[in-house]
Design a protein around this ligand. Structure first.
Ligand SMILES: C[S@@+](CC[C@H](N)C(=O)[O-])C[C@H]1O[C@@H](n2cnc3c(N)ncnc32)[C@H](O)[C@@H]1O
Length: 283
């Protein structure tokens, strides 16, 4: 049975899960799928950064770009873009706790970017920006969580300049019917009501007025991500003295196994899409 999570459910979940994520797993708060160099590659941090580099290259982000990261979480992608491409940007996220952390991290790690990068609490469905503000909108593994996706597509289209680029990675729901096991362990686990297949995503974006430049099915990379994270979680569980951390790691390792099984059953996937707002579009 499908659960319909509200934006409030999603916001509460991403607020509440931040302290354990930062404390037990990744003190930088990176939370997206890696792009691996092959089956033997087990370096998740490098793979996660490779995803950012690929999206930036595919979007064509450069020094004169003004970029919005929707669902920016702890702000890592935007600080990566400002550091590597030299662009300006804004990040928006539904979780106020993650936005607070993104601001603190920016001040601590990249104080020189503070005039060029800013983070705001807000939703993809009510973007707090004027029409035609950004040259690029990007997002990593966040838009699947939006219950009203037609509304977030319309908002992203609105804040992009004519000719602007929307480039993102996202979780996919490749088939309409999801079994109980994947529903419980993969979808409900992160308050995800449901999403698109890769073809369905393209159709929905075209419906919103975008032209599709690229749509890449990256299922092997999400499987590898959860394989590598599951191994890491078990190794860390074996070595930590902290019982709460150990419990967290073992639960996460179990989820990683369930997620891989759902991918193998065709019930979960990952893709990257680059779309364009037409030059002749009204703002
Ligand atoms: C899996 S995390 C990805 C975070 C970040 N992009 C990264 O790569 O680390 C998903 C993020 O989407 C945010 N989110 C969910 N629904 C949203 C919405 N309607 N508007 C803005 N952000 C949203 C969550 O709060 C969370 O920070």
């Amino acid at each position: 049975m499908t659960h319909a999570y509200t934006e409030q459910d999603v916001e509460d979940f991403f607020d509440e899960t931040l302290p354990n994520y930062l404390g037990f797993w990744d003190s930088d708060g990176v939370l997206h799928t890696g792009y691996f160099s092959g089956d033997a590659d087990s370096n998740y941090p490098a793979a996660a950064e490779r995803t950012s580099a690929m999206l930036a290259a595919r979007a064509g982000i450069g020094g004169s770009s003004y970029v919005l990261d929707v669902g920016c979480g702890c702000g890592n992608f935007l600080t990566y873009l400002a550091g590597h491409a030299g662009c300006r940007g804004e990040g928006v996220d539904l979780s106020e706790e993650r936005v607070k952390f993104a601001r603190q991290r920016l001040a601590a790690v990249s104080p020189g970017q503070q005039g060029r990068v800013a983070f705001r609490h807000g939703s993809a469905t009510r973007l707090p920006y004027e029409p035609a503000t950004f040259s690029h909108v990007v997002s990593q593994d966040a838009l699947f969580l939006v219950p009203d996706k037609a509304r977030s597509h319309a908002e992203i289209y609105r804040v992009l300049r004519p000719g602007g680029i929307f480039a993102f990675s996202d979780f996919l729901q490749p088939v309409a019917d999801i079994g109980e096991r994947a529903r419980k362990h993969v979808y409900d686990r992160v308050r995800w009501s449901g999403g698109y297949s890769l073809a369905g995503y393209q159709a929905a974006l075209e419906e919103a007025g975008f032209e599709i430049s690229l749509a890449d099915d990256l299922q092997d990379h999400i499987r590898q991500t959860y394989r590598v994270l599951g191994v890491t979680a078990r190794e860390r569980a074996d070595t930590t003295q902290d019982s709460a951390a150990r419990e967290w790691m073992l639960t996460f390792a179990q989820s990683c196994g369930e997620i891989q099984a759902a991918i193998d059953r065709g019930e979960f996937g990952w893709g990257m899409i680059v779309a364009r707002k037409p030059d002749n579009a009204g703002a």
